[in-house]
Write a protein that binds this ligand. Structure first.
Ligand code: SF4
Ligand code: SF4
Length: 120
């Protein structure tokens, strides 16, 4: 039952999640982070520190984001192969704050997540 990063993470990168993960299982794309399902130990440490409530146990994912279980597995594997394991907190994306709340948060594009060069 790995944990899964969902849609609210798009355009954030606050990366508070990365800092608390005991097994360094976050992988970084251009505007999104993914959890590697084979590495996550289900400790729940990342959930309370995420400022936009983007992380869920996979059996608690809201239905509208159920596809993120597959996406985290796919993206984490792609980004792992490219060497994009992220283990330290870094500055959030410049417009993270604006993207964190409506109306902008309602226009987050899932397509952007999948456009990392070489991730196809
Ligand atoms: S803290 Fe939450 S929204 Fe920010 S990068 Fe981590 S999972 Fe994504
Ligand atoms: S649940 Fe624990 S092991 Fe899994 S991603 Fe979050 S902090 Fe890392």
């Amino acid at each position: 039952m790995p944990y899964v990063v969902a849609q609210p993470c798009i355009n954030c990168k606050h990366t508070d999640c990365v800092e608390v993960c005991p097994v360094d299982c976050f992988y970084e794309g251009p505007n999104f982070l993914a959890i590697h399902p084979d590495e996550c130990i289900d400790c729940n440490a990342c959930v309370p520190v995420c400022p936009v409530e983007a992380i869920y146990a996979d059996d608690e994912l809201p239905e509208e984001w159920s596809h993120y279980t597959e996406w985290n597995a796919y993206l984490a594997n792609q980004w792992q192969a490219l060497g994009y394991n992220i283990t330290e907190k870094k500055p959030a994306l410049p417009e993270a704050e604006a993207w964190a709340s409506p109306p902008q948060s309602e226009t987050k594009s899932e397509e952007d997540i999948l456009t990392w060069e070489g991730a196809e």
